[in-house]
Write a protein that binds this ligand. Sequence first.
Ligand SMILES: C[S@@+](CC[C@H](N)C(=O)[O-])C[C@H]1O[C@@H](n2cnc3c(N)ncnc32)[C@H](O)[C@@H]1O
Length: 247
Amino acid sequence: MDNYEPAMSFDEDAAENYDADPDVSQRANTSATVAFLEQLAGGGPALELAIGTGRVALPLAARGIRVDGIDFSPAMVAKLRAKPGGDQIAVTMGNFADVPVQGTYRLIYVVFNTLFNLLTQDDQVRCFENVATHLTDDGAFVVEAFVPTYLTRLRSDQYVDAEAIAVNEVRLDVGRHDPVTQRLEESHVVLSREGVRVYPIVARYAWPSELDLMARIAGLRLKERWAGWNRELFTSASTNHISVYGH
Ligand SMILES: C[S@@+](CC[C@H](N)C(=O)[O-])C[C@H]1O[C@@H](n2cnc3c(N)ncnc32)[C@H](O)[C@@H]1O
């Protein structure tokens, strides 16, 4: 996607709509996410890569765990700050691939496919390497990501899905896949009498096995892999995974 910058996907408009998006509010299973992370945090401290509006960090902090965050979007972090407890969280503004913080953490996590917002294999490996240097010896690095099974339903490496059809509005999800860079260039397109709006996003996906190799490059090992936050069994039919890495 020419001229695309990842920050474009997390501007004021995106931040305004983020928490109410059905993908976030209905499908993300935030309470199970928080319960899983609380167990692994062992009392903390915890670090969320790409903390966003605090969907996960705020309820985790409310359970008595110190949660720090990293994000590059002022608009998303402003939403976090506006919520109860949002002024108590230390957020470093920067690229989470650099893990630009001091000290070590019992738990570091990146959820909701956000690792794939790093658009090159190099950046993803760098992220694992930097995480490893900030993880305590008994610490856990948790990654939630999709398994790229959708590739099998693409026709000529592209798709158009009718996401919602209402009387006044149609929402389409349009995607194009590049098998060499492992990138999915996607836009949500909203058509209405008011005009056309587009919400572009690019992801660089990796299979679980590639993530495991990234972890090994960084000196980490896979400790657990689940299909969901309630520790559902991970199988060849799973479309998501929760992977836990450690030293
Ligand atoms: C889909 S939201 C997820 C927010 C939160 N983790 C959650 O689960 O609700 C992705 C977040 O990643 C941030 N982000 C994406 N790429 C980033 C990068 N390279 N460095 C820092 N933040 C990044 C965006 O600003 C946004 O807040």
